[in-house]
Design a protein around this ligand. Structure first.
Ligand code: SAH
Length: 214
């Protein structure tokens, strides 16, 4: 075991992450397999790192915080918007029954799929698409996690939450550069909102990304 993982977990505990299932899941997902070669030496630093297409792999603290805020159960069906590197997807997959994840860059999705395969994580279904729309064919979801910043409350995703205590955790814009992580809890048609943590995510962009052929 890489001692840097242990250091990182200790730091997350100090920062207030107390859910032992979340910490154990992060211990079991090697972040080094989700970062580019030039950032390997920083794989276990508690910082966000660049991935391709101008996107980022989130800071471990934010991954832990948002995962804890979701209050996952191991029988749950989870929708993730913004697969990116696939790191958060892998952490979720260790904690629930199935993860449905949507990414708008095909290249990121393909790389993430390979990484998940290499780790023998088989309870993830991926889709190239615009996460704003969610995944209506698979709804309702027990949990929804959005890992890119929305301009406004993502109502289309709330509509795909289970009406029986479904929870969505999402960064939502406060102004042009700052966002707050918000937890939405749905009971029937009522939605409770809790403002949890100031963060900085890359934006949730419209449509599927155009990529130059490689
Ligand atoms: N969870 C990721 C974080 C990736 S950053 C990780 O652990 O690495 C956010 C990701 O959201 C980027 O990959 C970006 O391309 C993607 N994204 C942005 N807008 C999107 C949209 N409308 N639909 C799907 N994915 C989107």
């Amino acid at each position: 075991m890489d001692t840097r993982v242990i250091q990182l977990l200790m730091e997350l505990r100090k920062q207030g992450i107390s859910d032992t299932r979340v910490l154990a899941a992060m211990e079991r997902v090697p972040r080094e397999q989700f970062v580019a070669e030039q950032f390997l030496k920083h794989a276990y630093d508690n910082i966000a790192l660049p991935i391709t297409q101008g996107q980022t792999i989130s800071q471990p603290y934010v991954v832990a915080y948002m995962t804890e805020a979701l209050q996952l159960g191991d029988r749950m069906k989870v929708l993730e918007i913004g697969t990116g590197s696939g790191y958060q997807t892998a952490v979720l997959a260790r904690l629930c029954r199935r993860v449905y994840t949507i990414e708008r860059y095909r290249s990121l999705l393909t790389t993430a799929e390979k990484r998940l395969d290499a780790l023998k994580i088989t309870n993830v279904v991926t889709k190239l698409g615009d996460g704003h729309k969610g995944w209506p064919e698979q709804a309702p979801f027990d949990r929804v996690l959005v890992t890119a910043a929305a301009d406004t409350r993502p109502d289309a995703l709330i509509a795909q939450l289970s009406p029986h205590g479904g929870i969505m955790v999402a960064p939502v814009a406060v102004n042009a550069t700052e966002q707050d992580v918000i937890r939405y809890t749905r009971e029937g048609d009522a939605v409770r909102e809790e403002r949890l943590l100031p963060v900085r995510f890359v934006p949730l962009l419209p449509g599927i990304a155009r990529e130059a052929a490689t």
